[in-house]
Ligand binder design. Sequence first.
Ligand code: ADP
Ligand code: MG
Length: 385
Amino acid sequence: MQTQNPFSPDFGTPPEFFGRERYLEIMRSALRAGSRSNRALLIEGVRGTGKTALLGRLRALAGEMGWEAVYVTSTNAAKELAFDITRLGAHPHVSSAGLTVAGFGASVGLEKSTPALSSLRQVVLDHLGTSKKGLLILIDEMQKIDKDDAQEICDALNAARESSNDIALVMAGLPGTHAHLETFEKCTYMVRARRFFLSPLSVSETRQAVDSAFGKIEGLHVPAEVRESIVTFSSGHPYLIQLIGAEVFERALGAHAARGETVTVTNEMVEEAEEVAYAEYARNVLRLVFARVGEGTRAYLHAIIETMDGQGVMRSDRSIAEALGKRSYRSIANYRVRMIEAGVLRSVAKGKVKFRIPHIPRYLAEGLPEMVDDFWDADDDFPMS
Ligand SMILES: Nc1ncnc2c1ncn2[C@@H]1O[C@H](COP(=O)(O)OP(=O)(O)O)[C@@H](O)[C@H]1O
Ligand SMILES: [Mg+2]
């Protein structure tokens, strides 16, 4: 068995990118010559839905389509963009700002603020004036962008668009980013961006991802029903796929070390892996999502979970108000709206909702699983009495 784990549950760039064909297709058509639509996008989603990974893939896609792309997070975004765009134009040895830059290796050591003497607007216009390529700007963690940065970036983008150059913007942030951007005047460029909540992978994309990643591990046999249980447990959430995959791999490697030869993944291994994956996911995602959700909203969620069908569809209508002992439907409608805005629920039909991310019913019922200390050694430990 190979010893390199093809799964990586760290946040950010994955070793293998799964699915997202729908989003990639939108970007492909947006970047096509002559297109003017979808050139400003805002992707929202709770932590771990795959926003950063998607931005990374979109950046690579832009390159494949002959565009240049720069990726920054919202911290000092205008300065960082000015720096990175200047560096795009930098020929070896001399950058467009006149700095001596001996390729990428030496430029890393430069103070990031050095070339930002001219405004971002000027940097963008200068760059587009000389470059024959379109420019895709990707900004992550947009929920934290400050007003001055947002305004400077909008100003630059407006100027670039007026001179009819190829420019596109993709932003990603936690749910609520849109509301944050709306508080900035003069930044319609960002406010009018087409807004998505990042969905999980589709069922077929998830099957493909699991087949492909496990298929790369030599000497590991993963029976079809085991793969299917991983698909079901992950519900297409890429972070869960990475978590379960990594845990299954570790267990299989352990079995290989003990017995050698080809290892078959057992249901038992997968069940153990799922418990560890759930615990990590609950701690790193669900705990944060529900940190500030009050009792009223929790009671509402418990009530709608009672109505869940086999497709995960729940009722959020008058009957829920009744179940909660409220007289009007209005009194519960706010909970629904708030949970939709928080990226927890999606509306699938009139009065019908679904969760956007998996394992919420379990989390609401059980909370965080207890962390048992692996390092406890009963035979060699003080009693601490
Ligand atoms: N499309 C994908 N293919 C493979 N792995 C992914 C994909 N999207 C996310 N991941 C993995 O899931 C985890 C969380 O993704 P990340 O992009 O960091 O989430 P977010 O930025 O929304 O918090 C990371 O380990 C990342 O590598
Ligand atoms: Mg991220």
